[in-house]
Design a binder for this molecule. Structure first.
Ligand code: MCA
Ligand code: AMP
Length: 468
């Protein structure tokens, strides 16, 4: 199966078709650099990639795909504990990074390979097995360390092709975004999507309003925090009027932000919904002229959904009944890496994936996501963060005796990670910095509240409902 046909197609040599932060590449250059790297890593069981938003990361990912070696993107600011976990758990045999960041990985325990976007290779490789893992992405659950989600080439191709249809995405588009390259949104949609469709790509490095305005694209991707910051800069927002489609996802787009975006740009954003485990499963269509804010649209081609109650019984699509959303289809993963227990818990006996999201389905088939079943999965700035992982990191500080973490409502981030702790002789800033250095910085609490004791029930479990 050929996942990225545009790398060998007729547009292969358009100079600067791919701009990633401060570097421009043609598709031909990318194909040659990735081929050179693929020859170096061929045969590895998996490779980790220091996933900065750079051309090196794109070359590394495409090199892995060419060689048929699963690619494991590592958040570039992960602390030592998180990195070690991802390297060990994934079985990555090599770490790929830019020459200038080799030193960061000096003690990582696996050989480091420098990625050179100027390298020229011409080796060809057999087409990858569609059912083999192309990527292994790490994602948070409510407790414990992040779990590996193997994503096959077949799932990626099916998802991108369904999005191409829904968004009328073509090689004539210029895709613009500035999202991180270690999650589905920025990497699968934002990089592999451009490479599969053959559209031009501008990765802005960071997703600022000014950079989005300056990029002059037709198709823009952002998480709600990005769209809210775009609206806070009306001059930049107005420059997006010439785009074809603005797409929002990874978290709920607040209605006032959707309204501001429409006023400033003339575009009603397309909202779509997905998960690391399922890729994108629901989306509004580019040609839905009556799409409504707050709706994430209908299932993509090949995807089925259902709503169920707490007893597992099916619920009606009547526009009012709230139930847990289940999904099925070729885009859904088949299980967490090395975690049969977590995999079994994630699927129903009849093969549906339990998203853990609560939804309402309109009679028209349009879905609205209304919340999560568990308060222990937090969405902050579009990042999914498990409360348990942050609590464990806090408990690793010698001054902390008890910790409970919540996502409190936040106008900018959607939810703000807030830690309630019982601790002596430590400041809020020290604890925030402690978590930021143990885990990726986006998992750090934005506020720490000191308490004499945490409210607990008769079983000794923290009553989080009493904390907020
Ligand atoms: C600040 N920083 C710190 C500290 N405080 N570093 C260490 N210790 C501290 N105490 C640093 C940060 O590391 C960062 O550095 C800089 O300050 C700004 O950090 P922060 O404030 O966290 O960033 P932000 O400006 O609030 O970020 C907002 C954001 C970001 C840009 C919207 O949240 C983001 O990129 N979100 C996208 C998430 C995403 O792609 N999710 C998709 C998941 P530096 O400058 O070095 O960075 S996939 C998914 O959900 C599904 C499939 C789907 O539906 O898409
Ligand atoms: P992740 O696995 O990090 O991609 O996070 C997946 C979660 O993001 C889902 O389970 C939802 O809770 C949330 N999510 C993604 N897209 C949307 C959306 N458009 N509206 C509301 N929540 C969303």
């Amino acid at each position: 199966m050929r996942l990225l046909p545009s790398l060998t197609g007729s547009s292969a040599d358009e100079a600067g078709a791919l701009r990633i932060a401060d570097r421009a590449l043609s598709r031909g250059q990318l194909a040659e650099a990735a081929s050179a790297l693929a020859a170096q890593i061929d045969g590895a069981p998996a490779v980790a990639v220091h996933a900065t938003p750079t051309a090196e990361t794109v070359v590394a990912v495409v090199g892995g795909l060419l060689a048929g070696v699963p690619v494991v993107p590592v958040p570039p600011d992960s602390g030592p504990a998180e990195r070690d976990h991802i390297l060990r758990d994934s079985g990555a045999a090599l770490l790929l990074t830019a020459e200038r960041t080799r030193d960061v990985w000096a003690d990582c325990g696996v050989p480091v390979v420098s990625v050179d976007p100027e390298a020229r290779g011409a080796a060809t490789f057999p087409d990858a097995q569609p059912e083999a893992a192309a990527l292994i992405l790490y994602t948070s659950g409510t407790t414990g360390a992040p779990k590996g989600v193997p994503i096959t080439g077949r799932a990626i191709a099916a998802d991108l092709d369904a999005l191409v249809e829904a968004w009328q995405w073509t090689a004539d588009d210029t895709l613009v975004h500035g999202l991180p390259l270690f999650h589905v949104h920025g990497l699968v949609l934002g990089i592999l999507g451009a490479l599969r469709t053959g559209s031009r790509l501008v990765h802005t490095g960071r997703p600022t309003a000014e950079a989005y305005a300056a990029a002059g694209g037709t198709l823009y991707f952002g998480v709600p925090t990005v769209w809210s910051r775009v609206c806070a800069d009306p001059a930049s927002a107005k420059r997006l009027s010439s785009a074809r489609l603005l797409v929002s996802g990874s978290a709920a787009l607040p209605l006032p932000v959707a309204a501001d975006l429409e006023t400033l740009t003339g575009h009603r954003p397309v909202e779509r919904y997905g998960m690391t485990e399922t890729l994108i499963t629901l989306s509004a269509r580019a040609d839905d002229t009556d799409r409504t804010a707050g709706s994430v649209g209908r299932p993509l081609a090949g995807v089925s959904t259902r709503l169920v109650g707490e007893d597992g019984a099916p619920l009606p699509a009547d526009g009012v009944t709230v139930g847990e959303l289940h999904v099925q289809g070729p885009v859904v993963f088949s299980g967490y890496l090395g975690r049969p227990g977590a995999t079994a818990a994630a699927f129903t006996a009849d093969g549906w994936f339990r998203t853990g999201d609560m939804a309402v389905v309109e009679p028209s088939g349009a879905h609205r996501i209304v919340g999560r079943a568990s308060t222990d999965l937090i969405k902050s700035g579009g990042y999914r963060i498990g409360a348990g992982e942050v609590e464990n990191a806090l408990l690793g500080h010698p001054a902390v005796r008890e910790a409970a973490v919540l996502g409190l409502p936040d106008d900018d981030l959607g939810q703000r990670i807030t830690a309630f702790v019982v601790a002596d002789g430590v400041t809020e800033d020290e604890l925030i910095g402690f978590v930021a250095s143990a885990l990726a910085a986006h998992k750090r609490p934005r506020a720490v509240v000191f308490r004499d004791a945490l409210p607990r029930n008769a079983m000794g479990k923290v009553r989080k409902d009493r904390l907020a």
